[in-house]
Ligand binder design. Structure first.
Ligand code: GLV
Length: 327
């Protein structure tokens, strides 16, 4: 008998077709957004579930679905899943690391450049029919070349962002839980390890690339924003909740920092309405890894994890290997 799986969100049709060759698949190609209760109901009788970062699996939902063998997240971040609860229930949890590093690093640069050179703001002005005359001092932005790039969170994506700064002749400073090796620092455009405070004070352009956790909740709040240069730009491509959105809105409104580029928000997809009233912020709907090639690679990676988990083989991207040791 084929194992039963739930693919909770729409994906490429050929991914579903391939999974159907091995599994009894309940898909959701209409991409209905399930409530927690609907998701719980759909997981009944399933051996595994494939979810995205939008589906929240709390300790309670996981405890009520301890029959699952695997939860396969199609994302590198997994703060949407209570991993400790899954481990206690003996459920494998997997993610999709590495395949999205370069695409997400490209996107951090997209937001950095758009911010620094006021691309969204000037395009909105033009589309609104306000451009009547070319002006010498119109939409003056900040230089990227020669500037100091700050990176908070220097994992694989942070290092890929740093490497890209070589062509812009930038100095890179970073702060991270642990310092990189000298070889890694050299490869990341000779990134210099500094304290968090030095990072905030020194960066002309600051990019946040941290996973969300209780420790990183509001790691950028009013006090941190106050340390930044008034000319600085901020980019968050990581997770909502790392930044205190209300404090950021105040800093942007009062021009205590120049601008921000945000792909993620607290409580997304709802975003604080005040963001929409600000011209010095570029807002996109969590599309950091959204290239065709990378989204395919993520779907393939999640499928490989799923197939391994249901074949009794350790999945390549198992987050909680303790589950296997427990058996
Ligand atoms: C996207 O946000 C991811 O974690 O992959």
């Amino acid at each position: 008998m084929k194992a039963k799986i739930l693919v909770a969100r729409a994906t490429f049709p050929d991914v579903i077709e391939r999974l159907q060759q091995q599994f009894d698949v309940e898909s959701n190609q209409d991409d209905k957004i399930f409530s927690a209760a609907e998701l719980h109901e759909k997981m009944q009788g399933k051996d595994a579930v494939v979810i995205t970062s939008s589906e929240k699996l709390s300790a309670e939902v996981i405890a009520a679905n301890s029959h699952l063998k695997a939860i396969c997240n199609v994302a590198v971040g997994y703060n949407n899943i209570d991993v400790a609860a899954a481990t206690s229930a003996g459920i494998m949890v997997t993610n999709t690391p590495d395949v999205l590093n370069e695409t997400t690093a490209d996107y951090a640069w997209t937001l950095l450049m758009a911010n620094a050179r006021r691309v969204s703001e000037s395009e909105h002005y033009l589309r609104a029919g306000k451009w009547k005359n070319w002006r010498f001092d119109q939409f003056l932005g900040a230089d990227v070349h020669g500037a100091t790039l700050g990176i908070l969170g220097m994992g694989r994506i942070g290092q890929a962002i740093a490497r890209r700064s070589m062509g812009f002749d930038m100095q890179v400073i970073y702060h991270n839980r642990s310092r990189l090796t000298p070889e890694q620092e050299a490869h990341a455009n000779h990134a210099r390890y500094v304290s968090k405070e030095e990072l905030l004070r020194g960066a002309d352009h600051l990019i946040l690339v941290l996973p969300y956790s209780a420790q990183t909740h509001h790691i950028i709040g009013a006090a941190e924003l106050a340390l930044m240069k008034p000319s600085a730009t901020l980019v968050n491509i990581a997770r909502g909740g790392i930044v205190d959105d209300i404090a950021l809105i105040a800093a942007l409104r009062e021009k205590r920092i120049a601008s921000a580029g945000l792909d993620v928000y607290e409580n997304e997809p709802a975003l604080h309405p005040d963001f929409l009233t600000l011209s010095n912020v570029v807002l996109t709907p969590h599309i950091g890894s959204a290239s065709e090639k990378t989204r395919r690679a993520m779907a393939d990676c999640a499928s490989a994890n799923l197939v391994a988990a249901l074949s009794g083989v350790q999945p390549p991207n198992l987050i909680n290997p303790e589950v296997i040791q427990m058996k």
